[in-house]
Write a protein that binds this ligand. Sequence first.
Ligand code: SF4
Length: 495
Amino acid sequence: MSLQDGLDGGSDRFHDECGVFAVFGHPEAANLAYLGLYALQHRGQESAGICSSDGVNVFTHKATGLVNEIFREAQLEELPGHMAIGHTRYSTAGDGGRQNAQPFYVECNKGALAVAHNGNLTNGHSLRYELEISGSIFQATSDTEVIPHLMARSREPNLRHALRESLLRLEGAFSLALLAKDRIIVARDQRGFRPLAYGRMTYEGREVHVFASETCAFDLIGAKYVDQVRPGEMITVSSEGLLRQQFAPPLKQSQCVFEHVYFSRPDSTVFGRAVQESREDLGRILARESPVEADYVAPVPDSGVAAAIGYAAESGIPFRHALIRNHYVGRTFIEPKQSIRNFGVKLKLNPVRHLVAGKRVVLVDDSLVRGTTSRKIVGIMRDAGATEVHLRISCPPTISPCYYGVDTPDRDELIANNMTIEEIRGYTGADSLAYLSPAGLRQAVADTAGAYCYSCYTGRYPTDLVGIEQLVREHRLKDDAAQGEIAAARSGRVD
Ligand code: SF4
C-alpha cells in the first residue's frame, strides 16, 4: 500500500478517471477552461491539459499535477483564442505520466486535432492493435489515442463525417470533447455511461456555448445548464452556430449510478438529477431499510455527508460531525519511522472525542470496496470511546469491477465478492453493518425507466463483455508479442 493509499483510503475507493470541459465563443476561452477544470478537479488529480484555438492555430499545454499547479498566468497567456477544450485525469499507477495527459493533440490529414475523453473504450485494445499493425504510431498507452488515429485514417474529407465514422467503431463509454482549429465537437456514447452537460452564457451580447462533465463547472463561470448531451449525440459549435445531430441512435441507457453515489460533486446536476437530492434519498431509504438505535448519526467525510443527513432526518437520530477531516493533507507526507496504529487514516480523519466517548454511533459511508479503510475508521472510533459503531453503506455491496471508465480493484480484491455481509462486519469490527438494497438505490436516483448502469453491484454488464477480464489479461500479455509483430510489419514496409 502506498502512503497515499493510507492517507485517503485511495485504494479503498473507486476512482473516476476524468473530467472534460469545452467552450466556444469567448475571448478568454482558456481561462474559462482553467476555471472549469478547477471545478472538476475531483474527477482526476494526476494530470490536466488545455488546448485552445484562435481559428487559425491550435495551442496546447498539459502536464502532471493539479490544475492550479499546471496553469499559471504565463501558461494561460500562451493559450489564446475563442475556443478551448480541457481535461483532468486520474490514472492507475504506472500510466499517469505526461504522455497520457490529455487533450491528445495530433496533426494529420484532417488538420490539427485535440481530443479529451472521459470513459473507457472496451474495444480500445483491439482497435489499437489493428491500427498499429497497419502503421499508426502511438505516443501513449491510453485508449483515447485511437480516436484521432481512426479519424486520420478515415477517407471522409469532412471532419464531422470522419468523427462520426470513427465513433461508430468505438465500444464502451465515452464523453468526448474535440477541438479543431475552427470548431469544437462534443459527443457521448449511445448508452450514455458518463455524464456530459451543455450550458450557455453570454459575452457582450453573443452566445457562449460550454460543455462539462458536471454542472458545477458552469456555476463557477456563470453559465446556465441547458441540457445533457444526449446519448449517441454529436454537437458541433463553429462560427456558423451550433448543430445537434445523432451520430447513432441511442441504445438502452446505462448512466453510471456511481456518479450519484460517490463521484460527482453534490452541487452538480448529473443525468438531469441533483446529486445532493439523490444522496440524501440514499440515506433516507437506508434508514428505513436498516434502522438501529443510536445516539448520533455521523458521516465519513466528505462523501458520506449527504447520505448521513438523509439517514438522520429519516431516523430522527441527531446528526453530528463526529469525524473531522483534515483538508490540508498533501500528496506526500513524511511518515514517522515508528509505526503509529492507523497512522494514515488518523492523519486525514480524527474523531471528536467528547462526541464519541460513551456513545452509540451510526457511521454512514458511501461505499466499502476493500474494507481496509472502514476497519481503520471503526478502530479509531472505538479508540475514542464509542460504545457501539454501526456501519451503514449508502449503496449495495460492490462485487464486480467497472469497464466503463472507473478505476476499480480486481474482482478478487473486492471484499463483498469474497465475504458475506456478516463476515465483512466481523472484519471491520463494527457492531452491525448494513448496505442499501438495489431497489433502494434505484428509488434514490429516481430510475423509473431502467436508465442506469448497476454492473458493479450486479456483475451483469450492459455491453458484450464475455470474458473481458481474460481478454484484458491476454491483451497485456499479447502486447509484448504484438510489439514484435508490429516492428516486423513496419520493417517489412521500410524494406
Ligand atoms: S460498473 Fe459501476 S462504476 Fe462502472 S459505469 Fe456501471 S455503475 Fe458506474
